[in-house]
Design a protein around this ligand. Structure first.
Ligand code: 6U4
Ligand code: NA
Ligand code: NA
Length: 158
């Protein structure tokens, strides 16, 4: 039996920039990433995505303004739990991205994305997201810094 935990990951974007947050604690600490976290038992994936945006960078997003753009499965050597990450992209939001205990938000131009300080998988699937292609990616990590194998493909629909 495969154990699986579902996570959200949200990227706010405009024509010139993408919003990332520097994670200040926990899993992925000191890495830049989108905003998100575990889907809890009493909520849908989209509800979790909206809640985590608010908790992590104080921004309100509405359900209809978030677009499902990809799915990522991560496994780690010696860990039976698969991370199933649902990736969303949005343009419209309310409020000003602000620093919280968990994340320090910052806008990056598309030619200046800090891949060296992100999860190693990001540079492999960001091109799909940035070119508005739906994607599925599967990554097996040997340790937290090293991908031992992966597969990414474009999807026709989510
Ligand atoms: P708690 O336990 O409440 O602090 P929670 O906020 O629920 O945690 P967290 O922050 O651990 O969850 O969630 C991990 C976040 O990191 C999710 O948004 C998914 C994302 N993530 C995990 N592995 C990733 C990877 N290899 N590449 C990537 N994002 C990843 O781009
Ligand atoms: Na989180
Ligand atoms: Na959480």
């Amino acid at each position: 039996m495969v154990l699986k935990k579902v996570y959200t990951l949200v990227f706010l974007r405009n024509e010139k920039k993408i919003l990332l947050g520097l994670k200040k604690r926990g899993f992925g600490i000191n890495k830049w990433n989108g905003f998100g976290g575990k889907v809890e038992q009493d909520e849908s994936v989209i509800e979790a995505a909206i809640r985590e945006m608010k908790e992590e960078c104080c921004v309100t997003v509405k359900k209809d303004d978030l677009k499902s753009v990809g799915q990522l499965d991560f496994t780690f050597e010696g860990d039976p739990v698969m991370m199933d990450v649902r990736v969303f992209s949005g343009v419209v939001y309310y409020g000003t991205p602000s620093e919280t205990d968990e994340m320090a938000p910052k806008w990056f131009t598309y030619d200046n994305i800090p891949f060296d300080d992100m999860w190693p998988d990001d540079r492999l699937w960001f091109p799909y997201m940035l070119n508005n292609k739906l994607f599925y990616g599967k990554f097996h990590y040997k340790d937290l810094d090293t991908i031992s194998n992966y597969d990414i493909r474009e999807l026709k629909s989510m």
